[in-house]
Ligand binder design. Structure first.
Ligand code: SAM
Length: 335
Protein backbone atom coordinates (compact mmCIF):
# COMPACT_ATOMS: atom_id res chain seq x y z
CA UNK A 1 0.00 0.00 0.00
CA UNK A 2 1.49 3.34 -1.08
CA UNK A 3 0.70 6.90 -0.26
CA UNK A 4 -1.09 8.48 -3.20
CA UNK A 5 1.04 11.27 -4.56
CA UNK A 6 -0.26 12.09 -8.01
CA UNK A 7 -3.68 12.38 -9.58
CA UNK A 8 -5.34 9.08 -10.33
CA UNK A 9 -7.07 8.85 -13.68
CA UNK A 10 -8.63 5.93 -15.57
CA UNK A 11 -5.41 5.62 -17.62
CA UNK A 12 -3.37 4.15 -14.79
CA UNK A 13 -5.88 1.57 -13.68
CA UNK A 14 -4.50 -1.14 -15.94
CA UNK A 15 -2.03 -1.86 -13.14
CA UNK A 16 -3.24 -3.00 -9.73
CA UNK A 17 -2.98 -0.21 -7.21
CA UNK A 18 -3.47 0.03 -3.47
CA UNK A 19 -3.24 3.68 -2.44
CA UNK A 20 -4.16 5.79 0.56
CA UNK A 21 -3.80 9.25 1.98
CA UNK A 22 -4.35 10.51 5.50
CA UNK A 23 -6.41 13.67 5.89
CA UNK A 24 -9.85 14.91 4.94
CA UNK A 25 -11.47 12.83 2.20
CA UNK A 26 -13.01 15.75 0.32
CA UNK A 27 -9.73 17.68 0.12
CA UNK A 28 -7.84 14.54 -0.87
CA UNK A 29 -10.37 13.54 -3.50
CA UNK A 30 -10.18 17.02 -5.04
CA UNK A 31 -6.40 16.82 -5.01
CA UNK A 32 -5.84 13.24 -6.16
CA UNK A 33 -8.87 11.83 -7.98
CA UNK A 34 -9.86 12.86 -11.48
CA UNK A 35 -13.47 12.68 -12.67
CA UNK A 36 -14.94 9.19 -13.15
CA UNK A 37 -11.83 7.24 -12.04
CA UNK A 38 -13.59 4.98 -9.50
CA UNK A 39 -15.70 1.90 -10.30
CA UNK A 40 -17.15 1.29 -6.85
CA UNK A 41 -17.24 3.32 -3.65
CA UNK A 42 -17.96 1.59 -0.35
CA UNK A 43 -17.99 3.80 2.68
CA UNK A 44 -19.10 4.13 6.23
CA UNK A 45 -18.88 7.77 7.36
CA UNK A 46 -18.79 8.76 11.03
CA UNK A 47 -22.35 8.89 12.33
CA UNK A 48 -22.36 12.27 14.09
CA UNK A 49 -23.50 10.70 17.37
CA UNK A 50 -20.34 11.15 19.44
CA UNK A 51 -19.18 7.74 18.25
CA UNK A 52 -15.77 8.36 19.79
CA UNK A 53 -17.42 8.39 23.24
CA UNK A 54 -20.20 5.81 22.87
CA UNK A 55 -18.27 3.04 24.62
CA UNK A 56 -18.60 4.98 27.89
CA UNK A 57 -22.40 4.50 27.79
CA UNK A 58 -22.07 0.78 27.22
CA UNK A 59 -19.18 0.12 29.63
CA UNK A 60 -17.09 -1.29 26.84
CA UNK A 61 -13.43 -2.17 27.25
CA UNK A 62 -11.72 -0.06 24.60
CA UNK A 63 -8.16 -0.90 25.56
CA UNK A 64 -7.61 -2.74 22.25
CA UNK A 65 -9.26 -0.05 20.09
CA UNK A 66 -6.97 2.20 18.07
CA UNK A 67 -7.14 5.86 19.08
CA UNK A 68 -8.02 8.60 16.68
CA UNK A 69 -11.57 7.99 15.51
CA UNK A 70 -12.65 11.43 14.30
CA UNK A 71 -16.33 12.27 14.78
CA UNK A 72 -18.37 14.97 13.04
CA UNK A 73 -20.22 17.48 15.25
CA UNK A 74 -23.97 16.97 14.93
CA UNK A 75 -24.60 20.53 13.73
CA UNK A 76 -22.15 20.04 10.85
CA UNK A 77 -23.54 16.73 9.67
CA UNK A 78 -25.83 18.09 6.96
CA UNK A 79 -23.13 20.15 5.20
CA UNK A 80 -20.56 17.40 5.77
CA UNK A 81 -22.79 14.81 4.07
CA UNK A 82 -23.47 17.03 1.09
CA UNK A 83 -19.78 17.82 0.60
CA UNK A 84 -18.49 14.28 0.57
CA UNK A 85 -21.38 12.75 -1.38
CA UNK A 86 -21.04 15.37 -4.15
CA UNK A 87 -17.34 14.61 -4.36
CA UNK A 88 -17.98 10.88 -4.35
CA UNK A 89 -20.36 11.27 -7.27
CA UNK A 90 -17.78 13.26 -9.24
CA UNK A 91 -15.11 10.57 -8.93
CA UNK A 92 -17.46 7.66 -9.67
CA UNK A 93 -17.57 6.56 -13.30
CA UNK A 94 -20.92 6.55 -15.12
CA UNK A 95 -22.57 3.26 -14.12
CA UNK A 96 -20.33 3.07 -11.04
CA UNK A 97 -21.93 1.93 -7.78
CA UNK A 98 -21.78 3.26 -4.26
CA UNK A 99 -22.71 1.69 -0.91
CA UNK A 100 -23.16 4.08 2.01
CA UNK A 101 -23.52 2.59 5.49
CA UNK A 102 -25.52 4.86 7.80
CA UNK A 103 -27.14 4.79 11.20
CA UNK A 104 -30.68 6.18 11.44
CA UNK A 105 -29.92 9.32 13.50
CA UNK A 106 -28.68 11.38 10.53
CA UNK A 107 -30.04 9.23 7.73
CA UNK A 108 -32.25 12.10 6.57
CA UNK A 109 -29.15 14.24 5.88
CA UNK A 110 -27.55 11.42 3.92
CA UNK A 111 -30.73 10.88 1.87
CA UNK A 112 -31.10 14.63 1.22
CA UNK A 113 -27.48 14.83 0.09
CA UNK A 114 -28.01 11.88 -2.26
CA UNK A 115 -31.05 13.54 -3.77
CA UNK A 116 -29.24 16.84 -4.22
CA UNK A 117 -26.30 15.03 -5.82
CA UNK A 118 -28.59 13.41 -8.39
CA UNK A 119 -27.58 9.82 -7.66
CA UNK A 120 -30.10 6.99 -8.11
CA UNK A 121 -30.97 4.98 -4.98
CA UNK A 122 -31.37 1.43 -6.27
CA UNK A 123 -31.88 -0.37 -2.96
CA UNK A 124 -32.27 0.58 0.65
CA UNK A 125 -30.71 -2.40 2.42
CA UNK A 126 -31.19 -3.16 6.10
CA UNK A 127 -28.11 -4.72 7.65
CA UNK A 128 -29.08 -6.61 10.80
CA UNK A 129 -26.16 -7.20 13.14
CA UNK A 130 -25.60 -8.18 16.75
CA UNK A 131 -25.00 -5.21 19.04
CA UNK A 132 -24.58 -7.20 22.22
CA UNK A 133 -26.00 -4.60 24.64
CA UNK A 134 -29.12 -4.89 26.80
CA UNK A 135 -31.74 -2.18 27.20
CA UNK A 136 -34.24 -1.68 30.02
CA UNK A 137 -36.90 0.53 28.52
CA UNK A 138 -36.44 0.49 24.76
CA UNK A 139 -35.67 -1.86 21.90
CA UNK A 140 -32.09 -2.86 21.19
CA UNK A 141 -30.60 -1.15 18.15
CA UNK A 142 -29.57 -3.95 15.82
CA UNK A 143 -29.54 -2.62 12.27
CA UNK A 144 -27.82 -0.18 9.97
CA UNK A 145 -29.01 1.25 6.70
CA UNK A 146 -26.99 0.57 3.56
CA UNK A 147 -27.90 2.71 0.58
CA UNK A 148 -26.96 1.12 -2.71
CA UNK A 149 -26.66 3.82 -5.39
CA UNK A 150 -25.70 3.99 -9.02
CA UNK A 151 -24.39 6.92 -11.04
CA UNK A 152 -26.38 7.17 -14.25
CA UNK A 153 -24.83 7.15 -17.73
CA UNK A 154 -23.93 3.47 -18.21
CA UNK A 155 -25.21 0.08 -17.02
CA UNK A 156 -23.95 -0.77 -13.52
CA UNK A 157 -21.90 -3.87 -12.73
CA UNK A 158 -24.16 -6.30 -10.92
CA UNK A 159 -22.78 -9.83 -10.98
CA UNK A 160 -26.01 -11.63 -10.20
CA UNK A 161 -24.50 -15.13 -10.27
CA UNK A 162 -21.15 -14.38 -8.62
CA UNK A 163 -22.05 -16.01 -5.29
CA UNK A 164 -24.87 -18.50 -5.86
CA UNK A 165 -26.20 -20.31 -8.94
CA UNK A 166 -29.94 -20.19 -9.62
CA UNK A 167 -30.14 -23.98 -9.11
CA UNK A 168 -28.64 -23.92 -5.58
CA UNK A 169 -31.32 -24.69 -2.99
CA UNK A 170 -31.61 -25.17 0.76
CA UNK A 171 -32.77 -28.50 2.20
CA UNK A 172 -36.28 -26.96 2.17
CA UNK A 173 -35.96 -26.30 -1.59
CA UNK A 174 -35.61 -22.52 -1.20
CA UNK A 175 -33.33 -20.61 -3.55
CA UNK A 176 -30.04 -19.57 -1.95
CA UNK A 177 -29.54 -16.92 -4.62
CA UNK A 178 -32.94 -15.38 -3.95
CA UNK A 179 -32.19 -15.20 -0.21
CA UNK A 180 -28.78 -13.63 -0.89
CA UNK A 181 -30.22 -10.80 -3.02
CA UNK A 182 -33.03 -9.90 -0.63
CA UNK A 183 -32.53 -6.44 0.86
CA UNK A 184 -32.30 -7.53 4.49
CA UNK A 185 -28.82 -8.82 5.27
CA UNK A 186 -28.16 -10.67 8.51
CA UNK A 187 -24.42 -10.50 9.09
CA UNK A 188 -22.87 -10.42 12.54
CA UNK A 189 -20.03 -8.17 13.50
CA UNK A 190 -16.79 -9.99 14.20
CA UNK A 191 -15.76 -10.16 17.83
CA UNK A 192 -12.05 -9.50 18.15
CA UNK A 193 -11.58 -9.95 21.86
CA UNK A 194 -8.02 -9.24 22.88
CA UNK A 195 -7.02 -8.12 19.35
CA UNK A 196 -6.19 -4.63 18.17
CA UNK A 197 -9.18 -3.31 16.26
CA UNK A 198 -10.87 -0.20 14.96
CA UNK A 199 -14.10 1.19 16.30
CA UNK A 200 -16.99 0.24 13.97
CA UNK A 201 -15.00 -2.13 11.80
CA UNK A 202 -17.25 -3.56 9.07
CA UNK A 203 -17.42 -7.36 8.92
CA UNK A 204 -15.47 -9.12 6.22
CA UNK A 205 -18.56 -11.00 4.99
CA UNK A 206 -20.44 -7.75 4.37
CA UNK A 207 -17.62 -6.27 2.30
CA UNK A 208 -17.08 -9.48 0.33
CA UNK A 209 -20.74 -9.50 -0.64
CA UNK A 210 -20.81 -5.88 -1.86
CA UNK A 211 -17.53 -6.29 -3.74
CA UNK A 212 -18.53 -9.56 -5.43
CA UNK A 213 -21.86 -8.22 -6.66
CA UNK A 214 -20.70 -4.76 -7.70
CA UNK A 215 -17.19 -5.08 -9.11
CA UNK A 216 -14.89 -7.24 -11.19
CA UNK A 217 -11.26 -8.17 -10.64
CA UNK A 218 -9.06 -5.20 -11.53
CA UNK A 219 -11.72 -2.56 -10.77
CA UNK A 220 -10.83 0.40 -8.55
CA UNK A 221 -12.71 0.63 -5.25
CA UNK A 222 -12.60 3.74 -3.06
CA UNK A 223 -13.36 4.20 0.63
CA UNK A 224 -13.50 7.83 1.80
CA UNK A 225 -13.64 6.92 5.54
CA UNK A 226 -11.27 3.98 5.73
CA UNK A 227 -11.07 3.44 9.53
CA UNK A 228 -9.48 -0.01 9.76
CA UNK A 229 -8.98 -0.02 5.96
CA UNK A 230 -11.37 -2.97 5.87
CA UNK A 231 -12.50 -2.12 2.33
CA UNK A 232 -8.90 -1.95 1.08
CA UNK A 233 -8.04 -5.26 2.78
CA UNK A 234 -10.93 -7.16 1.21
CA UNK A 235 -10.44 -5.41 -2.15
CA UNK A 236 -6.81 -6.54 -2.27
CA UNK A 237 -7.76 -10.05 -1.18
CA UNK A 238 -10.24 -10.17 -4.07
CA UNK A 239 -7.78 -8.70 -6.59
CA UNK A 240 -9.37 -5.27 -6.84
CA UNK A 241 -7.44 -2.00 -6.68
CA UNK A 242 -8.27 0.48 -3.94
CA UNK A 243 -7.95 4.10 -2.88
CA UNK A 244 -8.52 4.91 0.80
CA UNK A 245 -8.76 8.18 2.70
CA UNK A 246 -8.68 8.39 6.51
CA UNK A 247 -8.26 11.48 8.64
CA UNK A 248 -6.72 9.70 11.64
CA UNK A 249 -2.95 9.46 11.47
CA UNK A 250 -2.94 6.69 14.13
CA UNK A 251 -5.34 4.55 12.12
CA UNK A 252 -3.28 5.05 8.94
CA UNK A 253 0.01 4.24 10.64
CA UNK A 254 -1.23 0.93 12.00
CA UNK A 255 -3.59 -0.22 9.24
CA UNK A 256 -1.41 0.51 6.23
CA UNK A 257 1.02 -2.14 7.52
CA UNK A 258 -1.86 -4.60 7.85
CA UNK A 259 -2.96 -4.00 4.26
CA UNK A 260 0.62 -4.48 3.06
CA UNK A 261 0.70 -7.92 4.66
CA UNK A 262 -2.22 -9.13 2.50
CA UNK A 263 -1.40 -10.97 -0.73
CA UNK A 264 -3.18 -9.91 -3.90
CA UNK A 265 -6.09 -12.27 -4.54
CA UNK A 266 -5.57 -14.34 -1.38
CA UNK A 267 -9.32 -14.49 -0.66
CA UNK A 268 -10.42 -15.55 -4.13
CA UNK A 269 -10.38 -19.28 -3.35
CA UNK A 270 -12.21 -18.82 -0.06
CA UNK A 271 -15.32 -16.94 -1.20
CA UNK A 272 -18.63 -18.26 -2.51
CA UNK A 273 -18.91 -18.74 -6.26
CA UNK A 274 -21.92 -19.27 -8.44
CA UNK A 275 -22.61 -19.53 -12.15
CA UNK A 276 -25.48 -18.83 -14.50
CA UNK A 277 -27.01 -22.30 -14.74
CA UNK A 278 -30.52 -21.15 -15.59
CA UNK A 279 -32.41 -23.58 -17.82
CA UNK A 280 -31.33 -22.80 -21.37
CA UNK A 281 -34.88 -22.57 -22.72
CA UNK A 282 -36.26 -20.47 -19.87
CA UNK A 283 -38.79 -17.89 -21.15
CA UNK A 284 -38.87 -19.47 -24.67
CA UNK A 285 -42.44 -19.94 -25.94
CA UNK A 286 -43.80 -23.51 -26.23
CA UNK A 287 -45.32 -24.89 -29.43
CA UNK A 288 -48.38 -27.17 -29.42
CA UNK A 289 -46.20 -29.99 -30.77
CA UNK A 290 -43.83 -29.60 -27.81
CA UNK A 291 -46.75 -29.91 -25.37
CA UNK A 292 -47.67 -33.22 -27.06
CA UNK A 293 -44.08 -34.56 -27.03
CA UNK A 294 -43.67 -33.57 -23.40
CA UNK A 295 -46.88 -35.37 -22.38
CA UNK A 296 -45.72 -38.57 -24.16
CA UNK A 297 -42.29 -38.46 -22.52
CA UNK A 298 -43.86 -37.79 -19.12
CA UNK A 299 -46.05 -40.90 -19.55
CA UNK A 300 -42.97 -42.98 -20.44
CA UNK A 301 -41.07 -41.81 -17.37
CA UNK A 302 -44.03 -42.55 -15.09
CA UNK A 303 -44.28 -46.03 -16.63
CA UNK A 304 -40.60 -46.54 -15.82
CA UNK A 305 -41.59 -46.02 -12.17
CA UNK A 306 -40.57 -42.40 -11.59
CA UNK A 307 -42.70 -40.33 -9.21
CA UNK A 308 -44.40 -37.24 -10.65
CA UNK A 309 -41.75 -35.07 -9.03
CA UNK A 310 -38.93 -37.30 -10.29
CA UNK A 311 -40.30 -37.28 -13.82
CA UNK A 312 -40.61 -33.49 -13.84
CA UNK A 313 -37.08 -33.09 -12.52
CA UNK A 314 -35.82 -35.29 -15.35
CA UNK A 315 -37.83 -33.31 -17.92
CA UNK A 316 -36.41 -30.03 -16.57
CA UNK A 317 -32.90 -31.20 -17.45
CA UNK A 318 -33.86 -32.74 -20.81
CA UNK A 319 -35.94 -29.79 -21.98
CA UNK A 320 -33.87 -26.98 -20.49
CA UNK A 321 -36.88 -25.59 -18.66
CA UNK A 322 -37.72 -24.74 -15.06
CA UNK A 323 -39.91 -26.87 -12.79
CA UNK A 324 -43.00 -24.68 -13.02
CA UNK A 325 -42.68 -24.30 -16.75
CA UNK A 326 -42.81 -28.11 -17.14
CA UNK A 327 -45.63 -28.39 -14.61
CA UNK A 328 -47.73 -25.81 -16.44
CA UNK A 329 -47.01 -27.39 -19.80
CA UNK A 330 -48.23 -30.78 -18.49
CA UNK A 331 -51.38 -29.12 -17.20
CA UNK A 332 -52.11 -28.02 -20.78
CA UNK A 333 -52.47 -31.72 -21.63
CA UNK A 334 -54.48 -32.47 -18.50
CA UNK A 335 -51.60 -34.11 -16.60
C1 SAM B 1 -17.37 4.60 10.91
S1 SAM B 1 -15.62 4.78 10.77
C2 SAM B 1 -15.22 3.77 9.38
C3 SAM B 1 -14.99 2.35 9.76
C4 SAM B 1 -14.54 1.50 8.59
N1 SAM B 1 -15.60 1.32 7.62
C5 SAM B 1 -14.03 0.15 9.05
O1 SAM B 1 -14.56 -0.91 8.62
O2 SAM B 1 -13.11 0.11 9.85
C6 SAM B 1 -15.45 6.39 10.13
C7 SAM B 1 -14.00 6.83 9.94
O3 SAM B 1 -13.98 8.08 9.26
C8 SAM B 1 -12.87 8.83 9.74
N2 SAM B 1 -13.10 10.24 9.35
C9 SAM B 1 -13.82 11.17 10.00
N3 SAM B 1 -13.85 12.33 9.31
C10 SAM B 1 -13.14 12.12 8.17
C11 SAM B 1 -12.84 12.91 7.04
N4 SAM B 1 -13.28 14.17 6.93
N5 SAM B 1 -12.09 12.36 6.05
C12 SAM B 1 -11.63 11.08 6.15
N6 SAM B 1 -11.88 10.28 7.21
C13 SAM B 1 -12.65 10.78 8.20
C14 SAM B 1 -12.88 8.53 11.22
O4 SAM B 1 -11.63 8.80 11.82
C15 SAM B 1 -13.25 7.03 11.23
O5 SAM B 1 -12.10 6.23 11.23
Amino acid sequence: MDKISKTLSRRVTDDKICLYHEGDCVQNAIKYLSNSCIDLLITDPPYGINGHELHKHYNRDESFVIDGYVEIPEEEYEAFSLNWIREAKRVLRPGGSMYIVSGWTHLRHVLNAIEQSDLDVVNHIIWKYNFGVYTRNKYVTSHYHILYLVKSGAPPTFNMFSRFSPSQKTAENRSLLYADVEDVWIIDREYKNGQIRHKNELPKELLIKMIQYSSDEGDVIADFFAGSFSTAKIAKGLNRSSVSFEISQEACDYQVQQVKAIEWGELLDTVRKGEDDRPKNQYQPWSEAEFDQLAIRFGELRNEGLTKRGAIDRLCGDWGRGYFSILNALKKRGL
